[in-house]
Design a binder for this molecule. Sequence first.
Ligand code: NAD
Ligand code: UGA
Length: 479
Amino acid sequence: MPKITNVCCIGAGYVGGPTMAVIAYKCPHIQVNVVDISERIVKAWNSDVLPIYEPGLDDIVKKVRGKNLTFSTAIEQGIKDADVIFVCVNTPTKVHGIGQGFASNLTNLEKAARTIARVATAPKIVVEKSTVPVQTADAIRRILLAHNKDAKKSDFQVLSNPEFLAEGTAIKDLLSPSRVLIGSEQTPAGIEAAEALVEVYANFVPKKQIITTNLWSSELSKLVANAFLAQRISSINSISALCEKTKANVYEVANAIGSDPRIGSRFLQASVGFGGSCFQKDILNLVYLCKSFGLPEVAEYWAQVVKMNDYQKDRFARNMVKTMFNTVTGKKIALFGFAFKKDTGDTRETAAVYISKSLLDERAVVAVHDPKVTEEKLWEELKYTVGIDKDSFDNLEKYISISTDPYKTAADSHAIAILTEWDSFKELDYQRLFDSMKKPAFLFDGRNLVDHEKLRKIGFQVYAIGKTFKDSLAPMESK
Ligand code: NAD
Ligand code: UGA
């Protein structure tokens, strides 16, 4: 079995950076070189302000950077030196061409494979860490072999090793994963390569939690895992709409059904809608795959999970407008939270950007407060996700702004909408916020985060997802 002493990771993003930092930390005998085409990202990884925020990440990077962990743009050297090359590049949804809006764009992955093929001189194990459509490993292997005419099939082994970390808990998830999944070709060379990778993880993960399968099961399991998780959120969100009509309370329903161990309690938190770079992308990819393999009914089943998520975001925004007397034009609305979940500065596909768009379309004045999201990220997300930028929207800067000060954000506003479940939002002085707002002061809780009774006593008109609106009004108003 090949012994792994040098690892290269192509792609220093949300997955590549933290994953390799943890491997370097837990395997001091392995040299880990993370490479990326982006000089900006590499520079940030080598600085005191890392390019991503993850609890616990700074500490680990500080411990190993410069020892057995490096970040650089020296892609070719990294490949040459490595026994194993992790490919951890982004695989977003295609925005043009065949499969537009559904299929994964594999351009970055193919470019990385072609670079490996061109540069590699000795046998290599190539590990697909990016999330990919099932059977992508076959394409990678064919590229590797096509460039190396003298190579034997066994000189290049492609493994699938999808990543299951969630942002905000990445370090915890990497240090003690529920499982590590490794797929390989079921040949002696393929199985041997998988065993070599098992030994790397076995430095910090119990072997019984390392699952080995064939390549296609591993690739497909990643898409299916995300589809199942997202499906639970869409299921409970669909029920939240029914709860609002029937005076049932969705959190009580979630608790009641989640107590059955066959259902389980996690991922039943009704919300303004799931966000993040992967759930929607991976389900759309699954839908595309099903259609491509002639399974339209299966495709339609999974497409519904994304449709329900779109419905929930739209429903929340409509409710806001309807509740505020059917108009928000010219009204200042404070959005608390722009990250797609707490403990990350990531805004990709965040529900908040869709709510912002709906409010901007009504010409509300949107003031955002988020502890970690930068102004640059706000503009980027508005432009690339919902197509709003300074060229398409007159005086955009007058209509939307971002601040790290919640009190400044809420002052003179007609409403606060909680869109991210940041812990800090629970600790705010809501009396102070209320006093500074226009009256009636509305609070729309998209995360069931705060104490609604307490807020109603202060005087807020509270709307919470999955609770009957009349019941959530201040006592006077609900009569
Ligand atoms: P990301 O956009 O944060 O990072 C990708 C990095 O790859 C970027 O820094 C980019 O510059 C670099 N890159 C692209 N093409 C390159 C090339 N040819 N050579 C060198 N570098 C290149 O993406 P991410 O969030 O880390 O996701 C990476 C993959 O992991 C995706 O397939 C995603 O679906 C999957 N994934 C993501 C998460 C998550 O929480 N973000 C979790 C599990 C799996
Ligand atoms: C998700 C999966 O949880 C990871 O296992 C997977 O590796 C990753 O996608 C990926 O492939 O990228 P992530 O998107 O980082 O991780 O975060 P989650 O905790 O799954 O949350 C996703 C979204 O669902 C967030 O917007 C969150 O607020 C929302 N959510 C989550 C709910 O609305 N309700 C819940 O009960 C749980």
